[in-house]
Design a protein around this ligand. Sequence first.
Ligand code: NDP
Ligand code: 2IT
Length: 451
Amino acid sequence: MAVSDHADLERFMEGVKKRNPGQSEFIQAVQEVAQDVFDFIEDKEEYHEAQILRRIAEPDRVVSFRVCWEDDNHNIRVQRGWRVQNNNAIGPYKGGIRFHSSVNESVLKFLAFEQTFKNSLTGLPMGGGKGGSNFNPKGKSDSEIMRFCQSFMTELYRHIGPDIDVPAGDIGVGSREIGFMFGQYKRITNRWEGVLTGKGIEYGGSKMRPEATGYGAVYFLCNMLAHKDDSIEGKTAAISGSGNVALHAAEKFRELGGKVLTLSDSDGFIHDPDGIDEDKLAWVKDLKLNRRGRISEYADEFSGAEFHEGKRPWHVDVDCALPCATQNELEEEGAKALVDNGCIAVVEGANMPTTLEGVKIFHEARILYGPGKAANAGGVAISGLEMSQNAERISWNHDRLHDMLTDLMEGIHEKCVTYGDQGDGYVDYVKGANIAGFKKVADAMLAFGVV
Ligand code: NDP
Ligand code: 2IT
């Protein structure tokens, strides 16, 4: 990048910071995309004239609303809900809903921004959005979750629709919550339509959707390794998280001949040097999905395993790392530890789990690094196919969807290589994903003129 472009990028980022005070996650996500896109658009006057980057870094709208609900002790509780509709240039807004105490406008704006490029990379007609609430689902009864979801949808329903905005799950929102929200949408509108994805299989959900994000991330890793004539067979992995993405990533990594050594939750991580085999994984699934317990219980159940309270798994000696919990969970120090221990590949199941400093370490070490917007796009891709199936009033079978997922992940990998190949054997997957994702959205926006 020329010196004048550095100054332009800095000026651009100063503007972003000024317009979004205190929104550090959003600023981080824009910075990461802008530095690659600046290079790409340097000689493309039409993007500059139309101020495309400036426009993409401003959500179409941010809807904020009150969510009032009653807990089991008849206390009235008030939370804040949001839907960030970031960009619908290439299709209806699409992206998950997150329920977690850390949710705020900055987090949802960063997620909606990332989602726009991720959805573009899938090749399917989906714009980008994200929503959620600072509601903390931990320790709540099923009835409390139901009342909260119903109240949340009582406001959200007026902003969404199968051709407008189609939410899905994310942290704290799984099939139980989607069921409660879909039921409420149907009750209010008297319409059965594909307004949410990640639905139960009985009422319009797609086969392969629960597995798609975790499996897709592992398929992306397979593609990165295959590009280097390597494979997962015999490799070890550190995985963070123990939710939908982490558990399916662990399942597929193991099925393909790898050994998973760690899982985590917000209390700490477990390290099992013998590997988390099929039976142990089934036990964790039951712990998390049915008993809604803590990962520390794993170390009580299985001898040889240790629980490390308040720690993350990046100091464990592994070949591959799959951060699958949350944003900024892999910082500079963890990234250094991975590289020093000889880790050859990092693939992100979570959204923006690596800090900008961590990303720099991976780039300098020239290891394989697959950013979330490419690597975890399998989930939203199958969501896109759930929308197609709902529109057609038809259900496709498992094998067809599985083949589509593997093809989609291969296609995303190819796009990253096209735009990220540095010509010396190194693929900058971040750059590849950013430019390929940006180009399609930007070209659509150009076609619309000034809107
Ligand atoms: P889940 O709610 O199923 O699981 C989240 C996991 O991450 C839990 O183990 C949780 O632990 C842990 N976690 C959450 N917040 C924190 C935190 N602040 N610190 C430490 N651990 C934390 O969510 P998903 O598996 O669906 O999502 C995981 C990640 O993957 C997110 O970044 C999400 O945006 C991303 N993603 C999800 C997709 C999907 O289809 N579900 C698609 C693409 C990306 P605890 O239970 O203790 O909170
Ligand atoms: O971050 C993500 O891609 C998701 N949470 C899934 C979004 C979706 O619409 O399936």
